[in-house]
Design a protein. Structure first.
Length: 58
């Protein structure tokens, strides 16, 4: 299962329970995937990739 698919599945399953959270996921290849549950309006994510700070606003 790809990281994207794993995060999408986690978010779908969490939405069934109306959970409220966001996440940043990183795999061993350095791929980054962010997600949030539907109950959460907006999330600001930030991380440092070793060279620069990367941000996401969802």
């Amino acid at each position: 299962m790809t990281l994207h698919d794993a995060v999408a599945r986690t978010m779908r399953e969490s939405n069934k329970f109306n959970y409220l959270y966001g996440l940043i996921s990183l795999d061993s290849a350095g791929q980054v995937e962010v997600g949030k549950t539907a109950a959460l309006n907006e999330v600001f994510y930030a991380f440092h990739d070793g060279e620069m700070i990367r941000t996401f606003f969802t």
